[in-house]
Design a protein around this ligand. Structure first.
Ligand code: G16
Length: 537
């Protein structure tokens, strides 16, 4: 069959719901899974186009709704799409029927100078959601209709799919990233972890809540490759790893539950001062927490991981003799706690850049540094080493045994840290290695600076799209007049700061507020939420 006939025939099996307009959001398309199959089909077409545009480079497609509820699902391209391609995704998703879709597809092929005869290759995977296998059929239909060579990697974490895609695309080049298999991923992390440990001692176990998602089985698999406790390894206790009952996913557990509510999962049995961590539904986010000696809950979120990593890597670079050659910078979003930003700038003396929410923005900004540490406060992040930084790191001849030891640790970290995207499993091992080297428990880590009390509120409004932000989401440009109301309030609170922005993954507006006391932060958040609610009616 001619490709446009095949595309139309495939599309007819997955008709677009007439009453819906779809929008490529913070992390691709997200919604109730029952509405998603036409979108997935069209993302399959987009992936084919993207791969052809890049001369047959492999594109990763991930089916997941990460932190969202079990009956939602979503689809995103593994590669971080530039804004113009996000628009193409939205245009394809909204073509009203199969004929309009074929027309759009052909128009894009022409306008983007894509050679229809070029090769196209896609690898895809899904999380543990019950709707995943059905959505895969829609994707495969699109890949077949476009003559795309594809590989079904079945159930993986999002970062594992990113890893595979990078490995495939760099195979045989000087940038070869690793063995392009799931086992290759575990082996790479395990070897790097083992090297980075360098005899450092782990103090007690870490308990990891896997949000009852894909992170559970994958973490268990990773543990099989790590050194045992008797060989000096870290004891990792896996909890909330039930993927048999899909409705348990992200329910009363997981990184988003912990971060948003600033509380441990009710199922947690952690003793005071024991290290705990929570992953999200596709294992690309992680937050740590612990109970203080008086059983108060203490959160160690993405800001804390960023500061810990920046501190450790900066120190290692200096002690390896590379302090001047490896400039570390940190990228945050408006959600970063004001105290963390002050600590990075004033104590660590490192530059900080603020970007809008969404990994694509942070990742891009981080690549401007030799070593770019980027984390969203919600626990999504990684550390990227520039090509030049890696060259310096691996070419440098140490001048003393002390330099040599720091250099080896730093080199191992560059392998341990997932360079493609934030990865909860890799970040877990990174934090564990750093704490072990420093001889710190969660309390010592927590004591590096004091968070300003803060509150996140989710406000449901009639149409969140009327809320438009500027200045890296720190100010509302529309609806007009709302920012002035927020500013008027913020000025009344000591160390007050607040902002509102439309979520790109949920049908709601998010409000963040911080101030010098818990009462003030809660009060400010509630009042700003009230302003948003009235403006959104
Ligand atoms: C996704 C994005 C993150 C973002 C989060 C919330 O996370 O990958 O960058 O912080 O959504 O976004 P929003 O506030 O726009 O809803 P995940 O873990 O759900 O993929």
């Amino acid at each position: 069959m001619h490709s446009s006939d095949a595309i139309a025939a495939g599309a007819a099996k997955f008709p677009k719901p007439a009453d819906r307009t779809f929008q490529y959001g913070t992390a691709g398309f997200r919604m109730k899974a029952s509405l998603l199959d036409s979108v997935v089909y069209r993302v399959g077409l987009l992936a084919a186009l993207r791969s052809r545009k890049l001369n047959g480079q492999t594109i990763g497609v991930m089916i997941t709704a990460s932190h969202n509820p079990p009956d939602d699902n979503g689809v995103k391209l593994g590669e971080m799409l530039e804004a113009s391609w996000e628009n193409h995704a939205t245009t394809l998703a909204n073509a009203k029927n199969e004929h309009a879709l074929v027309e759009t597809y052909e128009l894009l092929t022409d306008n983007l100078n894509i050679k229809p005869e070029a090769k196209s290759r896609v690898v895809f995977a899904r999380d543990t959601r019950a709707s995943g296998p059905h959505l895969v059929t829609a994707l495969v239909e699109a890949l077949n209709a476009t003559g795309t060579e594809s590989t079904d990697c079945r159930v993986l974490t999002t970062p594992q799919l990113h890893y595979l895609t990078r490995c495939i695309n760099t195979k045989g080049t000087v940038y070869e990233y690793g063995e392009p298999t799931e086992q290759g991923y575990y082996k790479k992390l395990a070897v790097a972890f083992n090297t980075a440990m360098q005899g450092a001692k782990f103090s007690g176990p870490v308990t990891v809540d896997c949000a009852n998602g894909v992170g559970g089985p994958k973490l268990r698999e990773l543990i099989k490759h790590l050194p045992s406790v008797s060989d000096g390894g870290v004891e990792i206790k896996v909890v909330n790893d039930d993927i048999v009952e899909p409705e348990k996913l992200n329910h009363l557990c997981g990184a988003d539950y912990v971060k948003t509510g600033q509380r441990a999962p009710p199922s947690s049995q952690a003793a005071p001062l024991a290290r705990c961590a929570s992953l999200d539904g596709d294992a690309d986010r992680i937050v740590y927490y612990f109970l203080d000696s008086d059983s108060t809950f203490r959160l160690l979120d993405g800001d804390r991981i960023a500061t810990l990593a920046a501190l450790f890597i900066g120190d290692l670079a200096r002690s390896a003799g590379l302090g001047e050659k490896l400039k570390v910078g940190v990228v945050q979003t408006a959600y970063a706690n004001g105290s963390s930003t002050a600590y990075i700038e004033n104590d660590l003396r490192l530059p900080v850049v603020c970007t809008p929410t969404g990994v694509k923005h942070l990742h891009h900004a981080a690549t401007k540094f030799d070593v770019g540490v980027y984390f969203e406060a919600n626990g999504h992040g990684t550390v990227v080493f520039s090509d030049l930084a890696l060259k310096r790191l691996f070419k440098y001849e140490p001048k003393s045994p002390a330099q040599s030891s720091s250099l080896n640790t730093l080199r191992a970290l560059s392998h341990l840290i997932n360079q493609t995207v934030g990865d909860a499993l890799s970040d877990l091992l990174l934090v564990e290695v750093i704490l072990a080297h420093k001889g710190w428990g969660p309390k010592e880590w927590d004591q590096t600076y004091t968070d300003l009390p803060n509150r996140l509120v989710r406000v449901e409004v009639a149409d969140r799209n009327i809320f438009k932000t500027v200045d890296a989401e720190r100010k509302l440009e529309k609806p007009e007049g709302v920012q002035a109301l927020i500013d008027g309030l913020v000025g009344k609170y000591k160390q007050g700061r607040a902002f509102a922005r439309a979520s790109g993954t949920e049908d709601a507006v998010r409000v963040y507020a911080e101030a010098s006391t818990r009462g003030e932060a809660d009060d400010l958040a509630a009042k700003v939420a009230g302003i948003v609610k009235s403006a959104g009616v």
